[in-house]
Design a protein around this ligand. Structure first.
Ligand SMILES: [Zn+2]
Length: 252
């Protein structure tokens, strides 16, 4: 079984003033269109502040499983104070569950930075799972996240670690070869009976953007059109060959 998940980060601080949030405005409807066309479901991890500020874009997701992706998407949340971790999780929960009119079951930390304290907060607030661990990622530095937190997996609260986070940012996607991606996917699938896959809103945006404040060189993030094409090609191949379920159905 495959769990398709989408981290809906929006452009955040990388957005130029007066510019629309293209990741949300373009990315969300395109993901929904893809899911509907293939008659499958996905899980969307959304950011509390974005939900508050971009209601229309987020309203497209009402029929899907929604997860908590923090209040403001800070990086390295696992290294911040316990108070800040609690605020990021619980204030987001309030906004997201109110907006969607349902209890939120899953959490994914921004930047996949998770720790025991955060897990305890989630449990105390009746969450069913966390999905912040990644086994194999591209770029591979995320592998550290899995090794560092291996003990969390023994606790059944942690969903099986994400098997695949590709195309990451649509960036490595542009650089990667389709056959290599397929081979890597098949290799992981031999080991993981169930797989969680992570995509982003930005993987579906083919518009060239300013990115005045973006932390990545333009040449890496560039050629959005090609990135979008590759995202669709890879996803179409995956859903043709696999059964797809929302993450809550993959609980151990
Ligand atoms: Zn994110």
């Amino acid at each position: 079984m495959i769990g398709l998940s989408f981290d809906i980060d929006g452009m955040g601080k990388f957005r130029d003033e007066n510019e629309e949030d293209a990741f949300l405005e373009i990315g969300i409807p395109r993901i929904v269109e893809f899911l509907e066309k293939n008659k499958i479901e996905g899980t969307f991890f959304v950011v509390g502040n974005n939900v508050k500020e971009h209601k229309k874009a987020h309203s497209f997701l009402k029929k899907y499983e929604i997860g908590n992706h923090s209040l403001s998407h800070p990086y390295f949340l696992g290294l911040k104070s316990p108070e800040e971790q609690e605020k990021e999780i619980l204030e987001a929960d309030k906004i997201i569950s109110n907006f969607y009119g349902k209890k939120i079951a899953g959490f994914r930390s921004p930047d996949y930075s998770i720790n025991k304290n955060m897990i305890d907060i989630l449990k105390k607030n009746n969450y069913k799972y966390d999905s912040s661990l990644i086994r194999v990622a591209y770029p591979f530095h995320y592998f550290k996240n899995y090794l560092r937190n291996k003990e969390l997996i023994k606790d059944k609260f942690e969903l099986m670690p994400t098997s695949f986070i590709l195309p990451f940012n649509g960036t490595t996607n542009v650089a990667s070869n389709f056959e290599v991606m397929k081979a890597l996917f098949k290799f992981i699938k031999m080991k993981d009976k169930n797989m969680v896959l992570v995509f982003h809103d930005r993987d579906f945006v083919d518009k060239e953007l300013g990115f005045k404040n973006f932390h990545m060189p333009k040449r890496l993030f560039g050629n959005r059109k090609k990135a979008y094409e590759k995202t669709l090609r890879f996803l179409n191949w995956i859903v043709k060959e696999n059964d797809v379920l929302p993450l809550k159905h993959l609980l151990q």
